[in-house]
Write a protein that binds this ligand. Structure first.
Ligand code: SAH
Length: 216
């Protein structure tokens, strides 16, 4: 793609997301400001501005932009909030969170994905993100509590450590359901130490797999 073609494709995607009303102005502006092609490997760059999920390394996927927009909108981000993200993947969603939140902590089980995401965020001069390799089931206790938590891999239930690490009144957005089935994208608020939630959409995410990856 030439830079002109890329600019047109980006603008078309932004217009289509605006028409679908998937998110408000601030979230869509953040999506527009992040070049999705940077987060895809050479073989998949042509998919960068299609409203589709795309393959990334380690057999994982970067979500469809409309879903990224809806999840980001559901988090109700403001510049003073601290966010925990489980499943850094390509770092695309991380970059968008970083544009709208105060600080982002992101956990990924594959070292390769974590290293690539860190490099890409450095290219974009994103400075308010910390990434570590680990099992997202455990959250990241050191920096808890978090005002917001986003999980970008599906689990049959929200891991207990994440509920504990969410601040009172905090918001958690996560796909809940079995691997390979349609899952429910949930938006939950913490009240009286537990989660009270509503379903936002039907989705299909890769699974939240226990333990850090042995290879890669
Ligand atoms: N938000 C990502 C999409 C990630 S796909 C993006 O914008 O690209 C889901 C990611 O969750 C994958 O990278 C996968 O390796 C990671 N993941 C799965 N189980 C995990 C776990 N237990 N802890 C941390 N990351 C996990």
């Amino acid at each position: 793609m030439t830079p002109e073609e890329e600019a047109i494709a980006r603008a078309e995607l932004a217009m289509s997301l605006r028409r679908q009303n998937v998110a408000g102005h601030k979230v869509l502006a953040a999506l527009e400001s992040v070049p999705r092609s940077l987060f895809l490997g050479a073989a998949h760059k042509a998919l960068a501005y299609a409203d589709r999920a795309a393959p990334i390394d380690c057999g994982q996927t970067v979500s469809q932009p409309a879903i990224v927009a809806r999840m980001t909108e559901a988090l109700e981000l403001t510049p003073d909030v601290t966010v925990l993200e489980i499943g850094t993947g390509s770092g695309y969603q991380t970059a968008i969170l970083a544009r709208l939140a105060g600080h982002v902590y992101s956990v990924e089980r594959f070292r390769l994905l974590s290293d690539l995401a860190r490099e890409r965020l450095a290219v974009l001069k994103v400075a308010n993100v910390a990434i570590r390799v680990g099992d997202g089931h455990d959250g990241w206790a050191e920096h808890a509590p978090y005002d917001r938590i986003i999980v970008t891999a599906a689990a049959p239930a929200v891991p207990e450590a994440l509920v504990e690490q969410l601040a009172p009144e905090g918001i958690l957005v996560a796909p809940v359901g079995e691997d390979g089935a349609v899952q429910e994208l949930m938006k939950c608020r913490k009240a009286d130490g537990g989660l009270v939630g509503e379903r936002i959409a039907d989705v299909r995410f890769v699974p939240l797999v226990p333990g850090p990856a042995g290879r890669l």
